[in-house]
Design a protein around this ligand. Structure first.
Ligand SMILES: NCC(=O)CCC(=O)O
Ligand SMILES: [Zn+2]
Ligand SMILES: [Zn+2]
Length: 332
């Protein structure tokens, strides 16, 4: 008997010497198309297509350019998108009227997307910040957020997207009570069984949204979002925010940003194992990973980050890398 042989259950390496065994040792971490959601930026001008300078390989599209681009991705397996509307000529005003007016690009595009790509799951980001003159996510009263007024507006916008054909409305503002207000509006309009609510439940006031705000032209004119988005060090508020949104009736929860917040992913999944959990790999993460190397090296880094997000408990990853990921997983 070898004296160094302490105890059989602590001999690990006999359990992962083969690639197939290693796969079995990574439960619930596979990356399949339904684990990926692709954020898309939608312009008012139907025929426009603009590169996003701060995000390589990311474009803003008018609907006539978006549909062909998505058709090709759906053929390669894409299952879901998250739509962000961008206004250029529609006015920005204090209440974000352009968020749900008839000419809003999202409202106009939803029926066309549904007709062209009937199997694609359509989620819409719901927020006022791309549409308000002050750039805040709600409406203001004397320069500070008016919660009741904000929730009312956000529920109106969510209902407008639901009526236009969204499968999922995803409020990203972080105001207390907006999930309940949206669910009530869906019930009142008999849409409760056709539209689900993905809450940006644990959204932090992160410094990693910079490229996105350039893309959307949605930075606050004055002040910041620290009164509604969570302080980055606060796991306690994240726990309460998830509890709030579960109590208000959210169908799905989210942690955002992604990689630096995997402890929040794990705490949320452990507490709410019955709610599918999304994670948002944000624009700053996209920029960092894009610069992490060339070709295969970068792809290896990317796939490891996704694997770790799944290991931490994320069910679906919202990522600007979706087209590349579909390529990578189809080769495996
Ligand atoms: N409500 C959506 C975002 O704020 C996205 C941020 C990012 O990708 O940096
Ligand atoms: Zn916002
Ligand atoms: Zn946002």
């Amino acid at each position: 008997m070898n004296k160094l042989f302490i105890s059989p259950e602590h001999v690990l390496q006999g359990g992962y010497f083969h690639a197939t065994l290693r796969k079995l040792q990574e439960p619930n971490t596979s990356i399949e198309p339904h684990n990926i959601m692709y954020p898309v930026f939608l312009l008012q001008d139907d025929d426009a297509m603009q590169a996003v300078s701060s995000m390589p390989n990311v474009y803003r599209y008018g609907i006539n350019k978006l549909i062909p681009a998505l058709t090709e991705l759906v053929e390669r397996g894409l299952k879901s998108i998250l739509i962000f509307g961008i206004v250029e000529t529609l006015p920005k005003d204090p209440t974000g009227s352009s968020a749900d007016c008839l000419e809003n690009p999202v409202i106009k595009a939803l029926p066309k997307l549904k007709a062209a790509l009937p199997d694609l799951l359509l989620a819409c980001d719901v927020c006022l910040c791309p549409y308000t003159s002050h750039g805040h996510c709600g409406v203001l009263h004397n320069g500070v957020i008016d919660h009741a007024g904000s929730v009312k507006r956000i529920a109106e916008v969510a209902l407008a997207y639901a009526k236009a054909g969204a499968h999922i409305v995803a409020p990203s503002d972080m105001m207390d009570n907006r999930i309940k207000a949206i669910k009530d509006a869906l019930f009142d309009n008999k849409l409760q069984n056709q539209v689900s609510v993905l809450s940006y439940s644990c959204k932090f006031a992160s410094s990693m949204y910079g490229p996105f705000r350039d893309t959307m032209k949605s930075s606050p004119m004055a002040g910041d979002r620290k009164c509604y988005q969570l302080p980055p060090g606060s796991s306690t508020l994240a726990a309460r925010a998830a509890a709030r949104d579960v109590a208000e009736g959210a169908d799905f929860l989210m942690v955002k940003p992604g990689l630096p917040y995997l402890d929040i992913v794990r705490q949320t999944k452990d507490k709410y194992p019955n709610h599918p959990l999304f994670i948002y790999q944000v624009s700053g993460e996209y920029a960092m990973i894009s610069r992490s190397g060339e070709g295969d090296d970068m792809e290896t880094v990317l796939m490891e980050t996704l694997l770790c997000m799944r290991r931490a408990g994320a069910d679906c990853i919202i990522t600007y890398f979706a087209p590349l990921i579909l390529n990578i997983i189809s080769m495996k």
